[in-house]
Design a protein around this ligand. Structure first.
Ligand SMILES: [Zn+2]
Ligand SMILES: [Zn+2]
Ligand SMILES: [Zn+2]
Ligand SMILES: [Zn+2]
Ligand SMILES: [Zn+2]
Length: 463
């Protein structure tokens, strides 16, 4: 979190101490992009903030960038999430290109521009509003700026007309989110979650994740059908963290679900793709993680939960496969004393190549896995990757497979690609909300509804 939690990056909390409550925030006079709680924080942050501040001010004075950004604005409010995303991406690209010409360009990152508050139906930012005013010869003052939704204070509009166009979608229950939450409700929860996680850093790993599994081996496999995160983990997380207050428990389960979701989604998929419970009694259960990267590798401990829910399985064999996987030797993952006493093992292997290359290289030695899983593969979001070749191989070899996505748009895009490769989905496995997707949603500044959720959607499962 080098730029602080989302509210601080959005200018809604102090950029230095991250306080947002009980403080009078004022904007940085240079870039007018971030806020401080007072001169003490402002002064102590200046050395770190200066390059970015200068770069953003120069961007605002760049008349060519201003004209281009303003000319891109839509004439009418847009509520289609894909259209808004495309417009936002073009604007960010223009900003980045202009910033590259500035000597301190390194200070401004894509993610930072992406979290800039925007009108959710026209993509105007405060800077674009000022650029527009300057072009029209009106004073570029701070009275004209985005107004936050009065309830969640995390989604913005540039005018009462645009708020009217967005309000219903923003406030009504969304099919795209767990429990039929609205974007507004999810925003409120997400904000609480973000601020809670800034207070629990001692429990988080270097990537700011909570990697936690309960230390126990269940006596028998119990189907995950109709079970929720709370049913499954509430008592155990209380025990593990020794907390009794009701609110932080939800935040804790949410934080844990963000990584644990990978293990639970594998179990859920196996349950659906198999006709009987035979797989729960196998000696060795093999899972291949396709398109794995540092996220999966850094959380590899959570996959032991698979052993913990399948007491009859002796060995879990996991292969992390993908071009972004670090080159490492296979290892016997250190497991808990209970599993050790039962003579069980968790073998982890790495293959730093796309999956179809891995299978080809293995030749006759290739062992069919019980499941091929791709977490948030984003296959439809990238053009340079080789997913179609992998998809074809999975279908041709009839390998049981499951793919997840961050949200409905990505799930539907990935599903279309999988179908084009010949996949016929299990009816419960896509495109559909994943009951074992993370409870955590990352709000995006540009969207009128929808969120980015780790494994939030199932793009498609087949065998
Ligand atoms: Zn402060
Ligand atoms: Zn500044
Ligand atoms: Zn607007
Ligand atoms: Zn709201
Ligand atoms: Zn164990």
């Amino acid at each position: 979190m080098e730029h602080g939690p989302l509210p601080a990056r959005m200018g809604l909390a102090c950029h230095k101490c991250w306080k947002e409550m009980d403080v009078q925030l004022s904007r940085c006079g240079g870039c007018r992009r971030i806020s401080y709680c007072g001169t003490e924080c402002r002064n102590s942050d200046w050395k770190a903030h200066k390059p970015m501040c200068k770069a953003l001010s120069s961007l605002e004075k760049n008349s060519f960038a201003a004209a281009t950004l303003v000319s891109l604005l839509p004439k009418k409010p847009i509520t289609h999430i894909g259209e808004i995303r495309k417009l936002t991406d073009r604007q960010i690209a223009i900003c980045l290109t202009s910033l590259q010409r500035h000597p301190t360009a390194v200070a401004v990152e894509h993610s930072w521009l992406d979290s800039e508050p925007r009108c959710i139906v026209c993509t105007r930012t405060d800077m674009v509003i000022r650029m527009e005013a300057a072009m029209n010869g009106t004073m570029a003052d701070d009275t004209k700026r985005l107004t936050p939704c009065p309830q969640c204070m995390l989604s913005f509009c540039c005018s009462p007309e645009h708020w009217e166009a967005a309000r219903k979608l923003h406030q009504e229950p969304s099919d795209d989110l767990r429990d039929g939450l609205s974007q507004c409700q999810m925003n409120k929860f997400a904000r609480g979650q973000i601020m809670f996680e800034t207070t629990m850093t001692s429990w988080l790993d270097r990537r700011g994740q909570l990697v936690w599994i309960p230390q126990r081996v269940k006596s028998r496999w119990v189907s995950l059908e109709g079970v929720s995160w709370e049913d499954g983990f509430d008592g155990e997380i209380r025990k593990s963290f020794g907390m009794l207050a009701p609110l932080p428990i939800t935040f804790l389960i949410t934080a844990a679900s963000d990584t644990l979701s990978m293990a639970m989604t594998i179990l859920y998929g196996l349950g659906k793709l198999n006709d009987d419970d035979g797989w729960t009694r196998k000696h060795t259960l093999a899972v291949h993680v396709l398109g794995a990267d540092i996220k999966e590798v850094s959380c590899s401990r959570v996959f032991e939960e698979i052993l913990h829910r399948l007491p009859e399985v002796k060995t879990l064999k996991l292969i992390m496969c993908g071009p972004e996987v670090p080159r490492r030797d296979s290892l016997d993952h250190k497991i808990c004393p209970d599993c050790m006493a039962l003579g069980r093992s968790y073998v982890l292997e790495y293959a730093a190549v796309p999956y179809h290359e891995f299978v080809e290289k293995q030749g006759n030695k290739f062992e069919r896995p019980d499941l091929c899983i791709g977490f948030n593969s984003g296959a439809s979001q990238v053009t340079w990757y080789t997913w179609p070749t992998t998809f074809k191989l999975l279908v041709e070899r009839k390998l049981p497979s499951l793919f997840t996505a961050y949200n409905r748009e990505e799930a539907e895009g990935d599903a279309a690609m999988l179908r084009a490769a010949g996949a016929a989905f299990h009816p419960a496995l896509g495109p559909a909300l994943n009951p074992w997707g993370s409870m955590k949603g990352v709000p995006t500044a540009h969207s009128v509804y929808g969120f980015q959720v780790e494994n939030g959607w199932l793009a498609g499962g087949f065998r």
